[in-house]
Design a protein around this ligand. Structure first.
Ligand code: CMP
Length: 147
């Protein structure tokens, strides 16, 4: 079993896409083990995106992700890091595959609706910015035996 960190950016919340996006994870059999809606602070945003500091899109990115509430979650499944990125589609919505979340609902790179960790190392770093260990819930999901 593997875990990954995912968050829905403010435009996904404002556009009422939370249910549509979560549905796509659930119908694959991906288990949500932590979930919350909150307003990301500037400190959290800068920590999450520190590798992009100095890039031309950094300021706009920080302003955008702190401009409204987000929905963050930790999800669990076999090979879930790759699987979630496959479901989401490429960073640039123009190149995101048909049928992916970004391929169907996003138009621009900054407002690409959703972020997911790109590796185990990123997951370990990113989820700690937003979640305490006691917010992660271990439980049995019926579909686990059928996927
Ligand atoms: P995300 O997966 O959250 O990771 C970094 C974010 O930077 C990315 O999605 C985009 O929202 C944002 N971004 C804005 N411009 C660019 C760009 N030119 N290249 C990559 N990421 C960009």
């Amino acid at each position: 079993m593997e875990r990954t960190f995912v968050y829905l950016k403010p435009n996904a919340v404002r556009r009422g896409l939370v249910g549509e996006i979560i549905k796509r994870f659930e119908q694959r059999g991906i288990k949500i083990v932590a979930l919350k809606l909150f307003w990301m602070t500037e400190e959290q945003a800068k920590e999450l995106y520190k590798m992009h500091e100095g890039k031309h899109f950094f300021r706009e990115l920080i302003e955008f992700v702190t401009g409204g509430p987000v929905v963050a979650m930790i999800v669990e499944a076999p090979r879930v890091i790759e699987m979630v990125r496959h479901i989401i589609g490429g960073t640039d919505p123009l190149k995101a595959g048909t049928g992916t979340i970004r391929g169907e609902f996003a138009l621009t790179i900054t407002k690409n609706l959703i972020h997911a960790s790109d590796s185990k190392e990123s997951f370990e770093r990113e989820y700690r910015i937003f979640f305490n260990e006691n917010e992660i819930v271990n439980y049995y999901l019926d579909v686990q035996d059928d996927i």
